[in-house]
Design a protein around this ligand. Structure first.
Ligand code: G16
Length: 564
């Protein structure tokens, strides 16, 4: 007799709507009875649809608090729903890029990723569940909408509580399920597949040689901060074992359920220790990755900050340094709308196509699948390529190292030379985190009206005047399937091409986060401005933006939580 399937009565929970990248909530919310099970059932029904019975998924997460419990729930609910196989990372652990790679390499039907990305973890921190499709990428809107609809109507879920797998032990586990037959769980090494992929993309011997003697004949020191997130084991294997970096230069490589109490977001605020160590000037380069390993921050010597928009443009400009692209037909690049347009200038010069999509990696999926782009990136520290369908932190660092190994120049020199050739897209983002939702929504409603009213007007601050050329709420029509995403951010575009963008984040777990993006272009002929501080260059536009949205009046906030 097979393992029994139990049908459990439940009630729907409000607010299980996937955001920019999956459902992210505080841990106690997920710990409510039936909460996680409801959502997993909805993911299987809405994500797999008629393919559900007999399908195979990859399952893993970034090791944060609740991951193991959620993996067990997914195993038991999948067994009861007639799936035929799950491929699970050992201990339920896989970085987000590793899940995407496995889905593609194994040619399975999709995956479930347990992560709240860069959000803090631990018993009071954040947790998240995200469904990825068979292309390895985050589910597009029509699928997340279907999942959400099911969460609002659900009245029961199916579960096999007697399917018990020790995910700590690599192996093949088989069960006979009542009514559907064989169900398999393969617990696999979490690191192997991803490392092989990286070895097939980059010239590891050349990078290793450059690390050994690239810095004027002596070793190139790279300080890497995994922030106790998912990249740790991958970083140790790739950078220590295979590329010869000093073990002591690899920081916080042990994944922890609460990220050691830190906020695993690789930016100048939350990776401050790394920044401070780079400032001393003894290390040539630095990099940090987020909780689930898809975000990256790149720093040069003396903590020279590479703005993510520039990082994408530099990699695009030097794409032929990366062996993977040498024999591929590169026809375009993409960036999200709030990301500064540096990559567009590279595309233009090379005669390639540039795409502008809404915020969310899922919007790059069709462009990649359709062969329209080779690289894409976002201001939110996301850089990636068509090797998978997620952004990829370690890939970005390897891309930089490969470029350095060919160019034999420092990070800072490469960026400054880029500005001298293309001009500089100066960029900053102000985040107002955990703002009371009511105030944030009022601000956005008020702002939409004042943004519209500003059309054609001159706005000034600190003696600098900008004339508004265009205002809108960004709308995107996917060129591949024609789907439309509306209201993706309020934009004020000035006559000189400078931009202000305002939007509410879709990745917070409580309250609201207001994001204000400021972007301005300095021509390569303006030598003084080209090397001035970004803060000084953008100050007038920041003041104009804060006045336009009446930030303090609506939110009571005098300053942002994070500036990147
Ligand atoms: C996710 C998405 C990104 C997006 C970022 C911020 O990243 O995959 O595409 O740019 O959230 O989104 P928002 O501005 O809506 O908070 P991650 O690293 O959190 O998965």
């Amino acid at each position: 007799m097979g393992v029994q399937v139990q049908k459990v009565g439940t009630k729907s929970f409000a607010g299980q709507k996937p955001g920019t990248s999956g459902l992210r909530k505080r841990v106690p919310e997920f710990q409510q009875e039936h909460y996680t099970e409801n959502f997993v059932q909805a993911v299987l029904d809405g994500g797999l649809g008629s393919k559900k019975k007999g399908s195979t998924l990859v399952v893993g997460g970034d090791g944060r608090f609740l991951c193991k419990e959620a993996v067990n729930a997914i195993i038991q609910i999948s067994a009861a729903n007639g799936l035929s196989r799950l491929v699970v990372g050992q201990d339920g652990f896989l970085s987000t890029p590793a899940v995407s790679s496995l889905i593609r390499n194994l040619k399975v039907d999709g995956g479930i990723i347990l992560t709240a990305s860069h959000n803090p973890g631990g018993p009071k921190g954040d947790f998240g569940i995200k469904f990825n499709c068979d292309n390895g990428g985050p589910a597009p809107d029509h699928i997340t909408d279907a999942i959400y609809k099911i969460t609002t109507e659900i009245s029961s879920y199916s579960i096999c509580r007697d399917v018990v797998v020790d995910t700590g032990v690599i192996g093949h586990y088989e069960f006979d399920i009542e009514g559907s037959g064989k169900f398999v769980v393969d617990v696999i090494d979490s690191v192997e597949d991803y490392v092989e992929l990286m070895k097939s993309i980059f010239d590891f011997p050349a990078i290793r040689e450059y690390i050994k003697s690239g810095s004027g004949g002596s070793e190139l020191r790279v300080l890497i901060d995994s922030m106790h997130g998912a990249t740790g084991p991958y970083v140790s294997t790739i950078f220590n074992d295979l590329l010869g970096c000093n073990g002591s230069d690899l920081l916080r490589t042990v994944p922890k359920p609460d990220f050691g109490g830190c906020h695993p977001d690789p930016n100048l605020t939350y990776a401050k220790d790394l920044v401070d160590r780079l400032k001393v000037g003894e290390v040539d380069m630095g990099a940090a990755f987020d909780g689930d390993g898809d975000r990256n921050m790149i720093l040069g010597k003396n903590a020279f900050f590479v703005c993510p928009s520039d990082s994408l443009a530099v990699i695009a400009n030097h794409i032929q340094c990366i062996p993977y692209f040498k024999n591929r037909n590169v026809v375009g690049f993409a960036r999200s709308m709030p990301t500064a347009a540096a990559v567009d200038l590279v595309a233009k010069k090379k005669g390639l196509q540039a795409y502008e999509t809404p915020t969310g990696w899922k919007y790059f999926g069709n462009l990649m699948d359709d062969g329209r782009i080779a690289l894409c990136g976002e201001e939110s520290f996301g850089t990636g390529s068509i090797h998978i369908r997620e952004k990829d932190g370690i890939w970005a660092l390897l891309a930089w190292l490969q470029i350095l190994s060919v160019q034999k120049k420092s990070v800072e020199t490469i960026v400054r030379e880029h500005w001298a050739e293309y001009g500089r897209n100066v960029f900053t983002r102000y985040d107002y985190e955990n703002v009371e939702s009511g105030g944030a929504n009022l601000l956005m409603t008020f702002l939409e009206a004042s943004v519209n009213a500003s059309k054609g007007k001159e706005l000034s601050a600190n003696g600098v005047t900008y004339k508004v050329a265009l205002t809108d709420n960004f709308e995107y029509t996917d060129p591949v399937d024609g789907s439309i995403a509306k209201k993706q951010g309020l934009r004020v575009i000035f006559e000189d091409g400078s931009r202000l963008v305002f939007r509410l984040s879709g990745t917070g777990s409580a309250g609201a986060t207001i994001r204000l993006y400021v972007d301005s272009y300095v021509s390569p002929d303006d030598k003084t401005k080209l090397n001035a501080s970004a803060q000084d260059l953008l100050r007038p536009l920041v003041l104009i933006a804060l006045d336009l949205c009446k930030m303090e009046q609506f939110t009571g906030r005098k300053a942002p939580t994070v500036i990147t």
